[in-house]
Design a protein around this ligand. Structure first.
Ligand SMILES: [Zn+2]
Length: 394
Protein backbone atom coordinates (compact mmCIF):
# COMPACT_ATOMS: atom_id res chain seq x y z
CA UNK A 1 0.00 0.00 0.00
CA UNK A 2 2.22 2.74 -1.29
CA UNK A 3 1.59 5.85 -3.34
CA UNK A 4 0.15 9.18 -2.27
CA UNK A 5 -3.40 8.09 -1.50
CA UNK A 6 -4.76 4.82 -0.23
CA UNK A 7 -8.49 4.50 -0.49
CA UNK A 8 -10.48 3.67 2.64
CA UNK A 9 -12.17 0.67 0.96
CA UNK A 10 -8.76 -0.79 0.11
CA UNK A 11 -7.70 -0.41 3.75
CA UNK A 12 -11.00 -1.81 5.01
CA UNK A 13 -10.47 -4.92 2.90
CA UNK A 14 -7.19 -5.55 4.69
CA UNK A 15 -8.56 -4.78 8.15
CA UNK A 16 -11.49 -7.19 7.79
CA UNK A 17 -9.05 -10.02 6.95
CA UNK A 18 -7.60 -9.85 10.47
CA UNK A 19 -10.03 -11.91 12.61
CA UNK A 20 -9.54 -9.68 15.64
CA UNK A 21 -12.22 -11.20 17.84
CA UNK A 22 -11.73 -9.83 21.37
CA UNK A 23 -10.45 -13.20 22.71
CA UNK A 24 -7.46 -13.34 20.34
CA UNK A 25 -4.40 -11.22 19.59
CA UNK A 26 -4.80 -8.03 17.53
CA UNK A 27 -1.05 -7.66 16.95
CA UNK A 28 -1.10 -8.61 13.25
CA UNK A 29 -3.59 -5.79 12.59
CA UNK A 30 -1.63 -3.34 14.75
CA UNK A 31 1.62 -4.27 12.92
CA UNK A 32 -0.10 -3.67 9.58
CA UNK A 33 -1.30 -0.23 10.69
CA UNK A 34 2.04 0.69 12.27
CA UNK A 35 3.89 -0.25 9.09
CA UNK A 36 1.51 1.79 6.92
CA UNK A 37 2.17 4.83 9.11
CA UNK A 38 5.92 4.25 9.52
CA UNK A 39 6.28 4.11 5.74
CA UNK A 40 5.14 7.75 5.80
CA UNK A 41 7.46 8.68 8.64
CA UNK A 42 4.81 8.58 11.37
CA UNK A 43 5.99 7.18 14.72
CA UNK A 44 3.56 4.89 16.52
CA UNK A 45 3.40 4.31 20.23
CA UNK A 46 2.17 0.85 21.20
CA UNK A 47 0.75 0.11 24.64
CA UNK A 48 0.68 -3.67 25.14
CA UNK A 49 -1.35 -5.80 27.50
CA UNK A 50 0.58 -7.72 30.14
CA UNK A 51 0.86 -10.88 28.00
CA UNK A 52 2.08 -8.88 24.98
CA UNK A 53 -0.69 -10.44 22.88
CA UNK A 54 -2.65 -7.25 22.26
CA UNK A 55 -1.82 -3.60 21.87
CA UNK A 56 -3.28 -0.12 21.66
CA UNK A 57 -1.76 2.19 19.07
CA UNK A 58 -1.34 5.93 19.37
CA UNK A 59 0.10 8.10 16.62
CA UNK A 60 0.35 11.80 15.88
CA UNK A 61 0.53 13.30 12.41
CA UNK A 62 1.69 16.89 12.25
CA UNK A 63 3.19 19.09 14.98
CA UNK A 64 3.80 17.37 18.34
CA UNK A 65 4.04 20.51 20.47
CA UNK A 66 0.33 21.28 20.60
CA UNK A 67 -2.97 19.47 21.15
CA UNK A 68 -4.87 18.15 18.18
CA UNK A 69 -7.96 16.25 17.16
CA UNK A 70 -8.03 12.55 18.10
CA UNK A 71 -9.80 9.90 16.03
CA UNK A 72 -10.57 6.88 18.17
CA UNK A 73 -11.63 3.34 17.30
CA UNK A 74 -11.47 -0.19 18.68
CA UNK A 75 -9.79 -2.89 16.62
CA UNK A 76 -11.60 -5.85 18.18
CA UNK A 77 -14.83 -7.36 16.88
CA UNK A 78 -17.46 -9.67 18.36
CA UNK A 79 -17.38 -13.41 17.53
CA UNK A 80 -19.23 -14.99 14.60
CA UNK A 81 -19.83 -18.34 16.34
CA UNK A 82 -23.35 -19.67 15.93
CA UNK A 83 -24.28 -16.93 13.46
CA UNK A 84 -25.66 -17.76 10.06
CA UNK A 85 -23.41 -15.82 7.65
CA UNK A 86 -24.07 -16.04 3.90
CA UNK A 87 -20.72 -14.38 3.05
CA UNK A 88 -17.28 -15.09 4.56
CA UNK A 89 -17.13 -12.96 7.75
CA UNK A 90 -13.39 -12.29 7.56
CA UNK A 91 -13.19 -11.16 3.95
CA UNK A 92 -14.70 -8.06 2.37
CA UNK A 93 -17.61 -8.77 0.02
CA UNK A 94 -18.98 -5.89 -2.04
CA UNK A 95 -22.52 -6.19 -3.33
CA UNK A 96 -24.90 -3.48 -4.54
CA UNK A 97 -23.18 -0.65 -2.69
CA UNK A 98 -22.77 -2.60 0.53
CA UNK A 99 -19.53 -3.85 2.03
CA UNK A 100 -20.04 -7.02 4.06
CA UNK A 101 -17.77 -8.50 6.73
CA UNK A 102 -17.39 -8.76 10.51
CA UNK A 103 -16.52 -5.30 11.82
CA UNK A 104 -17.45 -3.33 8.71
CA UNK A 105 -19.96 -1.29 10.75
CA UNK A 106 -18.53 -1.85 14.25
CA UNK A 107 -16.06 -0.34 13.62
CA UNK A 108 -13.31 -1.07 11.13
CA UNK A 109 -15.11 1.05 8.51
CA UNK A 110 -14.29 4.14 10.56
CA UNK A 111 -10.74 2.96 11.25
CA UNK A 112 -10.21 2.50 7.50
CA UNK A 113 -11.42 6.06 6.81
CA UNK A 114 -9.30 7.42 9.69
CA UNK A 115 -6.17 5.64 8.38
CA UNK A 116 -6.78 6.81 4.84
CA UNK A 117 -7.13 10.38 6.17
CA UNK A 118 -3.98 9.98 8.29
CA UNK A 119 -2.02 8.88 5.20
CA UNK A 120 -3.33 11.89 3.22
CA UNK A 121 -2.38 14.12 6.16
CA UNK A 122 1.27 13.05 5.97
CA UNK A 123 1.69 15.01 2.75
CA UNK A 124 -0.16 18.08 4.06
CA UNK A 125 1.07 21.02 6.11
CA UNK A 126 -0.94 20.44 9.29
CA UNK A 127 -0.92 23.33 11.75
CA UNK A 128 -2.99 21.37 14.26
CA UNK A 129 -2.08 17.69 14.68
CA UNK A 130 -4.22 14.66 13.98
CA UNK A 131 -4.04 11.89 16.59
CA UNK A 132 -5.02 8.27 16.02
CA UNK A 133 -6.01 6.08 18.97
CA UNK A 134 -6.74 2.42 18.26
CA UNK A 135 -7.64 0.11 21.11
CA UNK A 136 -8.30 -3.57 21.86
CA UNK A 137 -10.87 -5.35 24.04
CA UNK A 138 -13.56 -2.68 23.73
CA UNK A 139 -16.26 -5.24 23.14
CA UNK A 140 -15.67 -6.86 26.53
CA UNK A 141 -16.28 -3.65 28.48
CA UNK A 142 -13.88 -0.95 27.24
CA UNK A 143 -10.98 -2.81 28.89
CA UNK A 144 -8.00 -2.29 26.55
CA UNK A 145 -8.20 1.48 26.14
CA UNK A 146 -7.68 2.02 29.88
CA UNK A 147 -3.91 1.45 29.62
CA UNK A 148 -3.74 3.89 26.70
CA UNK A 149 -5.59 6.43 28.82
CA UNK A 150 -3.00 5.86 31.60
CA UNK A 151 -0.30 6.87 29.10
CA UNK A 152 -2.24 9.88 27.78
CA UNK A 153 -2.89 10.95 31.36
CA UNK A 154 0.88 11.31 31.91
CA UNK A 155 1.52 13.00 28.55
CA UNK A 156 2.54 16.67 28.45
CA UNK A 157 -0.15 17.45 25.91
CA UNK A 158 -3.62 15.94 25.72
CA UNK A 159 -5.80 15.95 22.62
CA UNK A 160 -8.05 18.96 22.31
CA UNK A 161 -11.09 16.96 21.26
CA UNK A 162 -11.96 13.42 20.28
CA UNK A 163 -14.19 11.79 17.69
CA UNK A 164 -15.11 8.19 18.52
CA UNK A 165 -16.12 6.61 15.21
CA UNK A 166 -18.69 4.09 16.43
CA UNK A 167 -21.50 3.72 13.86
CA UNK A 168 -24.02 6.55 14.17
CA UNK A 169 -24.96 6.78 10.49
CA UNK A 170 -22.63 9.83 10.51
CA UNK A 171 -24.96 11.65 12.92
CA UNK A 172 -23.24 13.56 15.73
CA UNK A 173 -23.92 11.81 19.04
CA UNK A 174 -23.23 13.61 22.31
CA UNK A 175 -24.07 10.96 24.83
CA UNK A 176 -24.70 7.42 25.93
CA UNK A 177 -25.60 5.77 29.20
CA UNK A 178 -23.02 4.43 31.66
CA UNK A 179 -22.92 0.76 32.57
CA UNK A 180 -22.07 -1.19 35.68
CA UNK A 181 -22.08 -5.00 35.55
CA UNK A 182 -22.08 -6.98 38.80
CA UNK A 183 -22.43 -10.48 40.17
CA UNK A 184 -24.45 -11.33 43.26
CA UNK A 185 -23.37 -14.56 44.96
CA UNK A 186 -25.96 -16.02 47.35
CA UNK A 187 -24.71 -18.62 49.81
CA UNK A 188 -27.24 -20.73 51.72
CA UNK A 189 -27.09 -24.16 53.38
CA UNK A 190 -27.42 -27.45 51.54
CA UNK A 191 -29.93 -30.07 52.69
CA UNK A 192 -32.34 -32.83 51.72
CA UNK A 193 -35.42 -31.32 50.16
CA UNK A 194 -37.63 -33.37 52.48
CA UNK A 195 -36.15 -31.29 55.30
CA UNK A 196 -36.09 -28.06 53.32
CA UNK A 197 -37.04 -25.71 56.17
CA UNK A 198 -33.90 -26.78 58.06
CA UNK A 199 -31.66 -25.68 55.17
CA UNK A 200 -31.33 -22.26 53.49
CA UNK A 201 -32.31 -22.25 49.83
CA UNK A 202 -29.89 -20.05 47.86
CA UNK A 203 -32.31 -19.84 44.91
CA UNK A 204 -34.92 -18.38 47.22
CA UNK A 205 -32.37 -15.80 48.39
CA UNK A 206 -31.53 -15.03 44.76
CA UNK A 207 -35.17 -14.60 43.83
CA UNK A 208 -35.68 -12.25 46.77
CA UNK A 209 -32.79 -10.22 45.40
CA UNK A 210 -34.37 -10.19 41.92
CA UNK A 211 -37.46 -8.76 43.61
CA UNK A 212 -35.29 -5.98 45.08
CA UNK A 213 -33.81 -5.27 41.64
CA UNK A 214 -37.28 -4.98 40.17
CA UNK A 215 -38.38 -2.66 42.96
CA UNK A 216 -35.29 -0.55 42.26
CA UNK A 217 -36.19 -0.49 38.56
CA UNK A 218 -39.66 0.68 39.46
CA UNK A 219 -38.24 3.46 41.63
CA UNK A 220 -35.84 4.57 38.89
CA UNK A 221 -38.53 4.53 36.19
CA UNK A 222 -40.90 6.67 38.25
CA UNK A 223 -38.69 8.79 40.47
CA UNK A 224 -35.20 8.62 38.93
CA UNK A 225 -33.55 11.08 36.56
CA UNK A 226 -34.95 11.38 33.04
CA UNK A 227 -33.25 12.03 29.76
CA UNK A 228 -35.78 12.08 26.95
CA UNK A 229 -33.06 11.86 24.31
CA UNK A 230 -33.01 8.11 24.96
CA UNK A 231 -35.60 5.57 23.78
CA UNK A 232 -35.68 4.38 27.40
CA UNK A 233 -35.41 7.75 29.13
CA UNK A 234 -34.40 6.46 32.58
CA UNK A 235 -31.78 4.24 34.23
CA UNK A 236 -32.39 0.52 33.77
CA UNK A 237 -31.60 -2.46 36.00
CA UNK A 238 -31.68 -5.99 34.61
CA UNK A 239 -30.71 -9.58 35.49
CA UNK A 240 -29.19 -11.39 32.53
CA UNK A 241 -28.10 -14.68 34.04
CA UNK A 242 -28.94 -16.87 37.01
CA UNK A 243 -27.02 -20.02 37.89
CA UNK A 244 -28.08 -22.45 40.60
CA UNK A 245 -29.26 -25.89 41.56
CA UNK A 246 -28.05 -29.47 41.21
CA UNK A 247 -31.10 -31.70 41.64
CA UNK A 248 -34.70 -31.29 42.68
CA UNK A 249 -34.22 -33.17 45.95
CA UNK A 250 -31.27 -31.04 47.08
CA UNK A 251 -31.79 -27.63 48.65
CA UNK A 252 -29.23 -25.54 46.73
CA UNK A 253 -26.57 -23.73 48.74
CA UNK A 254 -25.31 -21.49 45.94
CA UNK A 255 -26.94 -19.12 43.47
CA UNK A 256 -25.23 -16.51 41.33
CA UNK A 257 -26.95 -13.67 39.51
CA UNK A 258 -25.36 -11.45 36.87
CA UNK A 259 -27.03 -8.07 36.68
CA UNK A 260 -26.34 -4.62 35.26
CA UNK A 261 -27.20 -0.99 35.79
CA UNK A 262 -27.32 1.27 32.72
CA UNK A 263 -27.55 4.79 34.02
CA UNK A 264 -28.45 8.14 32.55
CA UNK A 265 -25.84 10.79 33.36
CA UNK A 266 -27.76 12.33 36.26
CA UNK A 267 -28.09 9.04 38.18
CA UNK A 268 -25.10 7.78 40.17
CA UNK A 269 -24.66 3.99 39.71
CA UNK A 270 -22.69 3.78 42.98
CA UNK A 271 -25.68 5.10 44.92
CA UNK A 272 -27.96 2.60 43.21
CA UNK A 273 -25.50 -0.20 43.99
CA UNK A 274 -25.36 0.91 47.63
CA UNK A 275 -29.15 0.60 47.91
CA UNK A 276 -28.94 -2.88 46.36
CA UNK A 277 -26.16 -3.87 48.77
CA UNK A 278 -28.30 -2.76 51.68
CA UNK A 279 -31.23 -4.83 50.36
CA UNK A 280 -28.93 -7.86 49.91
CA UNK A 281 -27.67 -7.36 53.47
CA UNK A 282 -31.23 -7.69 54.80
CA UNK A 283 -31.81 -10.90 52.84
CA UNK A 284 -28.56 -12.35 54.24
CA UNK A 285 -29.45 -11.29 57.78
CA UNK A 286 -32.77 -13.14 57.60
CA UNK A 287 -31.07 -16.23 56.18
CA UNK A 288 -28.48 -16.24 58.97
CA UNK A 289 -31.24 -16.94 61.49
CA UNK A 290 -31.23 -20.48 60.06
CA UNK A 291 -27.59 -20.80 59.00
CA UNK A 292 -24.76 -18.55 60.19
CA UNK A 293 -22.81 -19.19 56.99
CA UNK A 294 -25.54 -17.62 54.81
CA UNK A 295 -24.24 -14.63 52.85
CA UNK A 296 -24.92 -12.33 49.92
CA UNK A 297 -21.92 -10.85 48.16
CA UNK A 298 -21.98 -8.32 45.34
CA UNK A 299 -18.90 -7.83 43.16
CA UNK A 300 -18.67 -5.29 40.34
CA UNK A 301 -17.28 -7.15 37.32
CA UNK A 302 -17.11 -4.27 34.85
CA UNK A 303 -18.07 -0.61 34.63
CA UNK A 304 -17.65 2.28 32.25
CA UNK A 305 -18.96 5.80 32.60
CA UNK A 306 -21.66 7.35 30.48
CA UNK A 307 -21.05 10.25 28.15
CA UNK A 308 -23.00 13.48 28.27
CA UNK A 309 -21.25 16.30 26.41
CA UNK A 310 -23.11 19.61 26.74
CA UNK A 311 -24.67 20.73 23.46
CA UNK A 312 -22.93 24.08 24.04
CA UNK A 313 -19.49 22.39 23.96
CA UNK A 314 -17.29 23.76 21.19
CA UNK A 315 -16.48 20.14 20.23
CA UNK A 316 -20.13 19.57 19.31
CA UNK A 317 -20.27 22.68 17.11
CA UNK A 318 -16.94 21.75 15.53
CA UNK A 319 -17.94 18.22 14.51
CA UNK A 320 -21.38 19.42 13.35
CA UNK A 321 -19.59 21.91 11.11
CA UNK A 322 -17.53 19.05 9.63
CA UNK A 323 -20.55 16.90 8.73
CA UNK A 324 -23.04 19.71 8.05
CA UNK A 325 -25.41 18.23 10.65
CA UNK A 326 -27.78 20.64 12.32
CA UNK A 327 -28.91 18.34 15.12
CA UNK A 328 -27.43 15.81 17.52
CA UNK A 329 -28.48 12.43 18.90
CA UNK A 330 -27.68 10.12 21.81
CA UNK A 331 -26.96 6.44 21.30
CA UNK A 332 -28.10 3.31 23.13
CA UNK A 333 -24.70 1.57 23.16
CA UNK A 334 -21.65 2.37 25.27
CA UNK A 335 -18.33 3.65 23.90
CA UNK A 336 -14.80 4.48 25.03
CA UNK A 337 -15.85 8.14 24.84
CA UNK A 338 -17.14 8.08 28.41
CA UNK A 339 -13.63 7.16 29.65
CA UNK A 340 -11.86 9.77 27.47
CA UNK A 341 -14.23 12.39 28.76
CA UNK A 342 -14.22 11.33 32.42
CA UNK A 343 -10.55 10.48 32.89
CA UNK A 344 -8.89 12.94 30.51
CA UNK A 345 -11.52 15.71 30.29
CA UNK A 346 -11.33 15.53 26.49
CA UNK A 347 -14.57 16.79 24.93
CA UNK A 348 -15.74 13.76 22.96
CA UNK A 349 -18.43 13.15 20.40
CA UNK A 350 -19.39 9.97 18.60
CA UNK A 351 -19.68 10.04 14.83
CA UNK A 352 -18.97 7.22 12.42
CA UNK A 353 -20.17 5.39 9.32
CA UNK A 354 -22.76 2.64 9.31
CA UNK A 355 -25.41 1.69 11.82
CA UNK A 356 -25.33 -0.37 15.00
CA UNK A 357 -28.47 -2.15 13.75
CA UNK A 358 -26.03 -4.10 11.54
CA UNK A 359 -23.35 -4.50 14.23
CA UNK A 360 -22.86 -7.82 16.07
CA UNK A 361 -25.14 -9.58 13.55
CA UNK A 362 -24.52 -12.06 10.70
CA UNK A 363 -23.90 -10.40 7.32
CA UNK A 364 -22.79 -7.19 9.03
CA UNK A 365 -22.27 -4.42 6.49
CA UNK A 366 -21.49 -0.75 5.96
CA UNK A 367 -22.68 1.01 2.84
CA UNK A 368 -20.20 2.58 0.46
CA UNK A 369 -22.22 5.78 0.74
CA UNK A 370 -21.62 5.88 4.52
CA UNK A 371 -17.89 5.33 4.06
CA UNK A 372 -17.74 8.15 1.52
CA UNK A 373 -19.58 10.47 3.89
CA UNK A 374 -17.00 9.64 6.54
CA UNK A 375 -14.17 10.30 4.06
CA UNK A 376 -15.76 13.69 3.34
CA UNK A 377 -16.02 14.56 7.03
CA UNK A 378 -12.35 13.69 7.50
CA UNK A 379 -11.40 15.74 4.42
CA UNK A 380 -13.20 18.69 6.01
CA UNK A 381 -11.31 17.95 9.23
CA UNK A 382 -7.93 17.91 7.43
CA UNK A 383 -8.74 21.28 5.84
CA UNK A 384 -9.41 22.70 9.30
CA UNK A 385 -6.19 21.18 10.65
CA UNK A 386 -4.26 23.00 7.89
CA UNK A 387 -5.73 26.38 8.86
CA UNK A 388 -2.84 28.64 9.99
CA UNK A 389 -5.14 30.19 12.60
CA UNK A 390 -5.47 26.80 14.29
CA UNK A 391 -8.95 25.48 14.99
CA UNK A 392 -10.18 29.09 14.96
CA UNK A 393 -13.88 29.51 14.49
CA UNK A 394 -14.67 26.17 16.09
ZN1 LIG B 1 -18.05 -0.76 18.66
Amino acid sequence: MRGANVDSVEILERLIEFPTVSQVSNLALIDFVAELLRDRGVACELVHDKDKQKANLFATIGPTDRPGVMLSGHTDVVPVDGQNWTVPPFALTEDEGRLYGRGTADMKGFIACALSAALRATSMDLRTPLHLALSYDEEIGCMGVRSLIDVLEMARIRPHLCIVGEPTGMAVATGHKGKMAARCTCTGREGHSALAPLAVNAIHMGVDFVGELRAEQDRLAHHGARDDDYDIPYTTVHVGKMNAGVALNIVPNLCTLDFEIRNVAADDPEMILNRLRAAAGKIAKNARENAPEAAMEIDVTNAYPGLDVPLTSSAVAFVKSLTGANSTIKVAFGTEGGLFNQRLSIPTVICGPGFMAQGHKPDEFVSLEQLRRCDQMLDALLARLCDPRGLAGE
